[in-house]
Design a protein around this ligand. Structure first.
Ligand SMILES: C[S@@+](CC[C@H](N)C(=O)[O-])C[C@H]1O[C@@H](n2cnc3c(N)ncnc32)[C@H](O)[C@@H]1O
Length: 238
């Protein structure tokens, strides 16, 4: 049978897959049960068609991956690919990231990725690396977990680094041109739908990995580093 072409058919099929979840499922505190093991859990926020979760799941069979996005027709693609490739360590969750704490227990997540998020040029607080969102991630992640960010956007990249400075977070990796790394680590050599678009336009791909820390970001503070405050330095390796 071919793939359903229209959105409604994809939604119906999405619901019927065993590796997909949404607001109607009680997943909070149940992810290890869902995966059938107690392996670490890595969440990809704004996963779109889920290429990164799928790629990482192939590389690390003993880690469980959950791709989160609000767009069901995009998640459908990821879920179908996971089924077709027999990948049992990846699931997809259709929710607003803002509501993540309703679908995950505190301490349930070991690590997170954000891949090619919308840069939200008008509204800083809407960027997925703003203090507001870091606090949402902290609600569901183990203390001092890692947040990985891959982006084409200079604005998003700089906001992430500024937020790290404001929150005094440890930045373990800061690469301003991923494909200049030699050797290129396998975990960075996974391309998503949006990454391929930006690569064709010749954009440089940036990667930042920070430790989220336990202290909450101040969401009320208007982000502005004092003039001249240095951003975290570039690192040689990822
Ligand atoms: C530019 S796309 C990137 C998708 C994918 N990571 C890629 O690289 O191809 C951004 C994605 O973020 C999702 N997104 C943005 N804000 C969200 C939110 N608050 N909750 C859930 N998904 C969100 C959108 O639905 C969209 O699929």
């Amino acid at each position: 049978m071919g793939s359903p072409k229209n959105k409604l058919a994809k939604f119906a099929e999405f619901d019927s897959f065993e590796n997909t979840f949404d607001y109607s499922h009680e997943t909070k505190g149940k992810w290890s049960e869902i995966f059938g093991n107690s392996n670490p859990i890595v969440v990809e926020f704004a996963c779109g068609k889920g290429e990164y979760s799928l790629g990482l799941a192939k590389l690390n069979p003993n880690i469980n991956y959950i791709g989160v996005d609000i767009k069901g027709n995009r998640l459908w693609r990821g879920a179908k690919n996971a089924i077709e490739n027999g990948l049992n360590n990846v699931r997809f969750l259709r929710i607003q990231i803002d509501n993540a704490a309703q679908y995950f227990n505190s301490n349930e997540v070991d690590e997170a990725w954000i891949t090619f998020p919308d840069p939200q040029p008008q509204k800083r607080y809407k960027r997925l690396c703003s203090g507001k969102f870091l606090n949402i991630y902290r609600e569901i992640m183990k203390p001092n977990s890692r947040l990985n960010i891959k982006t084409d956007s200079d604005l998003f990249y700089e906001t992430a680094l500024e937020q790290a400075v404001l929150d005094k977070l440890t930045v373990e990796a800061n690469i301003n041109d991923v494909y200049r790394l030699n050797p290129l680590p396998e975990f960075l050599n996974i391309q998503t739908f949006y990454e391929n678009i930006w690569l064709k336009e010749g954009k440089k791909i940036k990667y930042v990995r920070m430790i989220l820390g336990t202290e909450k970001s101040d969401e009320t503070k208007r982000i502005s580093l004092e003039e001249g405050t240095p951003l975290p330095p570039l690192t040689e390796t990822a």
